[in-house]
Ligand binder design. Structure first.
Ligand SMILES: Cc1cc2nc3c(=O)[nH]c(=O)nc-3n(C[C@H](O)[C@H](O)[C@H](O)COP(=O)(O)OP(=O)(O)OC[C@H]3O[C@@H](n4cnc5c(N)ncnc54)[C@H](O)[C@@H]3O)c2cc1C
Ligand code: FES
Length: 257
């Protein structure tokens, strides 16, 4: 069950240009959280400023901590980057539904684009069997070493060719043809769309974590609705990314907009 809590910031370190890793102590949320869910983080800039949705990257249930990895893009994330260890921050969560993790051993393909990679770390920890992680970015992707340390095989695609394959992750997957019983992904919508077609053409089940601009983050404002057509339904319906997602089956997302 979600709750609102005051978390203590244990650390807030720069990982690379404009990207930070914040570890917070927030037992009530950590004990409920699962891979693919997110939290709404309040900025401290005033009660009228909306909280910012940030994915849960890692969960330590024993110590009651969450790891958040975020990119500074505007006032809210800039405010987070100015925080220091020992400060307190208001957090609401866990929010959303998270990834469905199969019980059995299988061949898993996990695909992260840019700042979409963080929630896939906790997912990779939970998967049993062979895990191939594909990371795409304009230049060197973040978190390569973290995924490798978890025992995953990591394959990198960059737009500028500075690391790994020059091109996008789906082109790299076309080249490598990885064995996949299940696919999971988080990243830019265009990448998720191409990946969805890749999975569909091979009859593979894929889960995609969708991102939409959010206001309330708890299903009250309908600001984050996307079109979903469930199997057997005659038409699409509007579902909320914050409450019904952010993870959806890729073959249920209506991509044509
Ligand atoms: C489910 C979910 C998980 C996310 N996880 C992460 C993550 O792990 N790491 C990370 O760096 N970013 C993540 N984002 C994107 C992050 O929420 C935005 O970058 C952030 O809200 C921008 O806030 P800002 O004040 O810095 O920017 P501003 O542009 O000043 O934000 C203005 C307003 O727009 C909203 N907004 C802006 N961009 C987005 C966006 N892309 N998605 C949703 N709302 C947005 C903000 O919440 C705020 O209300 C996630 C978004 C969603 C929806
Ligand atoms: S952000 Fe308000 S319903 Fe999703």
């Amino acid at each position: 069950m979600k709750s609102i809590a005051i978390a203590e910031i244990l650390s807030n370190n720069k990982l690379s240009d404009g990207i930070f890793e914040m570890i917070i102590a927030v037992d009530s949320i950590a004990k409920e959280a699962k891979a693919g869910q997110f939290v709404n983080v309040y900025t401290g800039l005033g009660e009228n400023i909306l909280p910012r949705p940030i994915s849960i990257s890692e969960i330590d249930k024993e110590n009651g901590t969450l790891t958040l990895i975020y990119q500074v893009v505007g006032v809210g994330t800039k405010c987070f980057s100015d925080c220091t260890a020992g400060q307190e921050i208001k957090v609401l969560g866990p929010l959303g539904n998270g990834f469905i993790v199969p019980e059995e051993e299988a061949s898993h393909v996990v695909v992260g684009g840019g700042i979409g990679a963080p929630p896939l770390i906790e997912l990779v920890k939970a998967l049993k069997g062979e895990v191939n992680v594909f990371l795409g970015a304009r230049s060197k992707p973040i978190l390569i070493e973290k995924f490798e340390a978890l025992g995953a095989r990591v394959h990198v695609a960059t737009d500028d060719g500075s690391v790994g394959f020059k091109g996008n992750v789906v082109e790299l997957m076309n080249k490598m043809q990885p064995k996949a019983d299940f696919i999971y992904s988080c990243g830019p919508k265009i990448m998720l769309n191409f990946l969805s077609q890749w999975a569909k053409s091979r009859g593979i089940s894929a889960q995609v974590s969708m991102e939409e601009r959010m206001a309330c983050g708890i299903g009250a404002c309908v600001g984050c609705a996307i079109k979903i057509k469930k199997e057997g339904d005659s038409d699409w319906q509007n579902l909320k990314v914050c409450k019904d997602g952010p993870v959806f089956m890729s073959n249920e997302v209506v991509w044509d907009e």
